[in-house]
Design a protein around this ligand. Structure first.
Ligand code: FNR
Length: 377
């Protein structure tokens, strides 16, 4: 029998991954000392790398202190953050695997309380380590009740944010990361600029599609030229606001994402990581398991139809072998829904997900050599 596409190599610039399962970025709210990693991160990340995950993308990591989603976010806004990151990177490399990092500015969702089960999202005030007065956003629209009204970004803020992304990327390169992902999803700063539901600016950063995408494109261009040409760059977007039930409300749609994807292909973005939502409280997400894979698939087929090669990653409820396999399987016509499967929660349940998927699909993969007596025959 032929190998499922899932276990065929994925080549991205200088990087070759032996399979197409990627650990999705997941914020762990475990960096209590001004963005520096804590002893939690090394075992957390290496558990995936040790057990077959060829590429793990580390959590949303702040590019500016004020752009943290919470007081417990990891950061790359100080040179002193590099050493802790390098320790994790080196450990993953010693295990023979690759590691990426997601760079973020939280925008109007900054200074939040780290979420715990059953808790309502709200601002962290000063006594709780927050910085409510320093929260900036695309516009003066608060994220939701319990959050502050952000200060609308002004000329100097743009320079600071762009430089923040570029400097954080340079630090990530210094720490040895293999991949950088720009977080432009989930209603954080870059995502909130894209959508007219959160961006009501009257200047060149608001209004038209070209204006709303301007900040993201500017950051991609600056960052791409600041990192090695051999280094893969990913961008995560929310492919829709899920607001089509109110067609007259301003919103970011799948069509917008397709148009954006065509532009990103030309800017040296290697993989578009297709998530969705979290930018509008009135969103209505379809209740079926493939809701997000469908978005990735639509974007990919539009790109391929135009002869564009940017890779597309699918994410969301990929939690078993068959869904993982089918998400990236090339059919007889050479089409697939996506090029890579990003997996979040299932890796928290089962850090051996890659090994277990391989076994379920009858594919031989390399187990940690030390564990040979437990590996399938
Ligand atoms: C997330 N998610 C997420 N997304 C992101 O872009 N940056 C982040 O830092 C986080 N943080 C985060 C923490 C935790 C605990 C979870 C469960 C999720 C979203 C995540 O990457 C993924 O897109 C979703 O979880 C959907 O995929 P799964 O979990 O269904 O495979």
């Amino acid at each position: 029998s032929t190998l499922p596409t899932l276990f065929t190599p994925l080549k991205i610039r200088s990087l070759t991954l032996p399979n197409r399962i990627i650990v999705a970025p997941m914020g762990m709210y475990s960096a209590p000392h001004n963005g520096h990693l804590s002893p939690f991160h090394l075992p957390h990340v290496t558990q995936f790398a040790l057990r077959g995950a060829a590429l793990t993308i580390m959590e949303a990591t702040a590019v500016l202190a004020a752009g943290r989603t919470s007081p417990l976010d990891a950061g790359l806004y100080l040179d002193s953050h590099i050493a802790g990151m390098k320790e994790v990177v080196d450990a993953v490399h010693a295990l023979g695997q690759k590691i990426g990092i997601q760079l973020n500015h939280a925008g109007r969702k900054a200074s939040g309380m780290p979420l715990e089960r059953g808790m309502d999202a709200r601002i962290a005030n000063k006594e709780e380590g927050g910085w409510p007065e320093e929260v900036v956003g695309a516009s003066k629209l608060r994220w939701q009740e319990g959050y502050v009204e952000p200060r609308e970004m002004e000329e100097g803020d743009f320079e600071e944010v762009v430089t923040g992304f570029v400097r954080a990327a340079e630090r990530a390169v210094e720490a040895g990361f293999d991949v950088i992902e720009i977080h432009a999803a989930h209603g954080y700063l870059l995502s909130s600029f894209l959508s007219p539901s959160s961006n009501t600016r009257p200047d060149k950063y608001g209004g038209s599609f070209a204006n709303r995408t301007r900040l993201l494109l500017r950051i991609i261009t600056s960052l791409r030229s600041a990192i090695p040409a051999t280094m893969p760059l990913f961008v995560r977007i929310s492919a829709t606001d899920w607001m089509t039930h109110t067609p007259s409300a301003p919103q970011w749609t799948l069509t917008d994402s397709i148009n954006l994807a065509h532009e990103l292909d030309g800017l040296g973005v290697d993989l578009l990581d297709v998530s969705s939502g979290s930018n509008n409280l009135l969103q209505q997400i379809p209740p079926h398991a493939e809701y997000q894979i469908d978005l990735a698939s639509s974007i990919r087929s539009s790109l391929r139809g135009a002869g564009k090669t940017m890779l597309v990653g699918a994410v969301g409820r990929i939690d078993n072998a068959l869904i993982a396999r089918d998400t990236v399987q090339l059919n007889a016509a050479g089409d697939a829904k996506a090029d890579a499967a990003l997996v979040g929660r299932q890796f928290l349940r089962d850090p051996s997900f890659v090994l277990n998927v391989a076994e379920a699909l009858g594919v031989e993969v390399q187990w940690p050599s030390q564990y040979w007596r437990a590996a399938p025959l």
